[in-house]
Design a protein around this ligand. Sequence first.
Ligand code: DGT
Ligand code: CA
Ligand code: CA
Length: 577
Amino acid sequence: MKNRELARILGQIGDLEDMKDEPFKANAYRRAARVVEGLREDVAGIAERRELQDLQGIGKALAKKIEEYVKTGKIAYLEKLRAEFPQGLLKLLHIPGVGPKTVKVLYQQLGVTSVEELERAARKGRIRKLRGFSKKSEENILNSLRTFSGAGKRALLGLGLPLAEELIEELRTKCHIDRISVAGSSRRMRETVGDLDILVASGKPEEVMEAFVALPGVEEVIVSGPTKTSVIMERRDIELQTTVRLQTDLRVVDAHSFGSALQYFTGSKDHNIRLRRIAQTKDWKLNEYGLFEGEKRIAGETEEGIYEALGMDFIAPELREDRGEIEAAQSDCLPGLIGLDDVEGDLHIHTEWSDGTESIERMVEESKTLGYSYVSIADHSRGIKIAGGLDDDVLLEQVDAIKELNKREKGFKIFSSNEVNIKASGELDYDDEILKELDIVIGAVHSQFKMEKERMTERIVTAMENEHVDFISHPTGRLIGKREPYEVDMDRILDAALETNTALEINSWIDRLDLNDRDARLAKERGVKLVLGTDAHTLGQMHFMRFGVGTARRGWLEPEDVLNTLPAKELLAWFKS
Ligand code: DGT
Ligand code: CA
Ligand code: CA
């Protein structure tokens, strides 16, 4: 499938249109990029059937460009647009937090055409003087420049893993590959990744390495050899409109070592050390080439074969952190982990009623393509003005609108919900008369994060004690890499959750993953139920569910620990109880 590559090209055109002061065209291209990226089917097939224009947001002109791409692998219009700007200027778009509109202003008003010139202008304090800029935005640019050039920063899983998968998809079409997989922390679904690891089995390693270093986005080749090549990879993420820059290690092995190499390079290091010791106690040797008794290879072709030979059940990558998984695998008591397919519906999405980009109807359609049997519409509450929070009468209007929509549905259920702000006192943003009209009530902290631990805990517990509150969203408020969790007594929250029959969310938005894996596991052990929600504000963000599921799996969760694996009726019954 070339969908991702096409989506990236369309996104680039969108950026350039913005730089040309064509906001409508820019939006049209970005929208098309998201549509293409979300397609289940290869766009080439749709083009062949001449059905491109049936897709949302794809008109005649766009359809023509997509057909051009399908035929030739490029869109000439992109090259034409690029030629209208200095080369170095386009690089500025790669700096996190610097979008096309900013680049345009910097170019037109300060004559900035390269990263170096941008840095100089920022240091001289010239940016803060521009209209629409401030001392703060100048500092932000300087900070971004620092992380942009500095290596060693971890990236969000939600940016790293899709990039690794994109690279794999492209490699498959460009060279001879027998087997290929993501390895390392992205395969273990760690919330952040230090670098990307990709493993290939191929009889033609040179061909693979050649294709790898020639991929778009390779900024620098760090080491290059027949078995291992490391590069700095840099690409734009369309959904998040940000640039991902990560070292990417590619290793090529023989097919008969693929399993042992995958096991070795998936890690974690701690998990591997334990396995190697177990092998040693049997007088065997375990390394990336296989499991050996003297010269004899006992296993190595598959990962399953390695675990089996070592006398244990297969351990899912998400569990490989030496947190008890080896003991569990030896005694046949690993959890039957939850999978993405177990999730029956997303319990936390926003729509254009507050600060989301889509209508309820479009989010419902997307839910169906994701295979869900329900979805819960949870816009912001009235106190969150900045995010378009719904006043009482508007919320009731939404409840009615959802009732109407449900009349048209068969076998699919739309729940009325709301992400209700928990005030500093622990009171909720709506009165009980309003809350009782909702199917599902979410409590969430959105302000005054710096409260003292005792008071913050009291605040959340008070909200949980409200009979209408069904679950607490992003319970610790952290933003990975940006904001520490607020001070809260997790023990007391878990107790209160049990006492009040309130669930806790694993918010799947990629910079939240909150609860995190450890707290989720703690919750499960205490018998507290969890729910999964994406907090999506766009269609594309509904796909973040996989990262919440990854976190749940890292927390050893099974389907029965997560309420939205239940059918609609049983889910509501649980919340009512
Ligand atoms: P990261 O990249 O910091 O997010 O974490 P990982 O786990 O992806 O680590 P990375 O990329 O350095 O190495 C990938 C895997 O290779 C790692 O999880 C386990 C394996 N590995 C690397 N170095 C060693 C080592 O010295 N000993 C053992 N046993 N395994 C290693
Ligand atoms: Ca890694
Ligand atoms: Ca690595």
